[in-house]
Design a protein around this ligand. Structure first.
Ligand SMILES: Nc1nc2c(ncn2[C@@H]2O[C@H](COP(=O)(O)OP(=O)(O)OP(=O)(O)O)[C@@H](O)[C@H]2O)c(=O)[nH]1
Ligand SMILES: [Mg+2]
Length: 333
């Protein structure tokens, strides 16, 4: 997971404590008698605290991913959850502070060498460094909150994906289990209580990902707020096709006409290829409809293999069309 290597971001007080404790230890190590060695001890105290501070700050910045390199899906989610501009600003402040601390230590080492009051100079430097660190406390707090939020994002891989949509109880999870064989991994997803479940399967040595999105693509768009819509929209940045599952037996409790309405909304919302599957073909209540692409039953297994083949064809066609967009040979006869 991309955000896993971000460590806890310390507060100003924690950073200052750590730096000054290490400085005191550095001085203790150098303490002998005489004015020159006393000055050396103060200098080492100053340099140690400055290094601890500027290194820690630089590491905070380094451990956040470069936002321009994030897969678009994660970029969108990061923006919804914490705001990319806010993050950039906070990281910029931390980077600035790291540089300032470095400059202050240079400046005060110089002063110390020309002065008889090494302790006074060192204290003054500490005061300036501490105030720089305190001035970025709100940025540090923001980054730590962002870190805690981003770590909870699901590990959605950058690989061909089938996004499963449909009303509650239509058989979405049953389909995912039928295809992936295993119990899918459940991961939290912004603005849903149920999270997403992610399964994988292999075909001809290629790995595919199946994403079940209960609570996300299972009810009319009009019932959603702006932020939920954005969380849904992020899905379109995956290399994905959508499988819309319809319960053609209506035993899920939703009429086909309502399910059809949601299908139209999903089509409008996503610029992704959509396959419409009518599930529960094993039930006597199963109704034939004209807008479906295929029938299936996740209980008897009828139609599942054909469904998967068709979905993989759609992924292949989509990627072929996209690669075609990029290199248009200019052939004239
Ligand atoms: N008869 C029949 N029942 C099915 C079929 N597929 C799923 N079911 C049943 O329908 C119910 C709902 O199935 P789920 O796979 O949990 O549906 P879901 O879409 O994941 O539901 P939510 O997670 O609540 O959105 C379960 O009782 C399944 O056993 C099918 O092909 N035939
Ligand atoms: Mg489910």
């Amino acid at each position: 997971m991309i955000f896993e290597k971000i460590h806890t971001v310390p507060t100003s007080d924690e950073l200052i404590d750590k730096a000054f404790r290490r400085a005191a230890r550095a001085r203790a190590g150098k303490r002998t008698t005489g004015r020159v060695s006393a000055q050396k001890a103060e200098e080492s105290m100053l340099l140690t605290s400055a290094n601890v501070l500027s290194d820690n700050l630089a590491n905070i910045v380094r451990r956040f991913p470069n936002f321009d390199d994030l897969p678009r899906f994660y970029y969108e989610l990061t923006d919804i959850l914490v705001g990319i501009d806010n993050l950039r600003m906070s990281l910029g402040s931390v980077d600035w502070a790291s540089g300032m601390i470095h400059d202050i230590s240079r400046e005060y080492v110089g002063k110390m060498r020309k002065s008889r009051d090494a302790i006074g100079i060192r204290k003054e430097a500490f005061g300036r460094m501490a105030s720089i660190i305190k001035s970025i406390n709100k940025n540090l707090l923001m980054l730590n909150e962002a870190r805690n939020t981003l770590r909870k994002l699901p590990s959605v891989h950058d690989e061909p994906t089938i996004v499963v949509a449909g009303y509650p109880n239509v058989g979405k999870s049953s389909f995912v289990s039928a295809v992936t064989g295993a119990r899918p991994e459940i991961a939290s997803y912004p603005f849903t209580t149920k999270g997403v479940s992610i399964g994988h399967f292999f075909r001809d040595n290629d790995r595919y990902q199946v994403l079940d999105t209960p609570g996300l693509l299972d009810r009319p768009m009009a019932e959603r707020n702006h932020i939920e819509l954005q969380a849904i929209t992020a899905l379109k940045y995956l290399d994905a096709v959508v499988l819309f599952i319809l319960d053609a037996s209506e035993t899920c409790g939703y009429e086909i006409s309502d399910q059809k309405r949601m299908l139209d909304e999903v089509k409008e919302q996503f610029d992704l290829p959509i396959l419409v599957a009518a599930n529960k073909s094993d039930l006597p209540e199963f109704k034939e409809t004209d807008f479906i692409d295929m029938k299936m039953s996740t209980i008897t297994g009828e139609g599942i293999d054909l469904m998967v083949n068709k979905l993989l064809d759609m992924i292949g066609e989509k990627n072929y069309a996209e690669s075609d967009d990029v290199e248009k040979p200019d052939i004239t006869f």
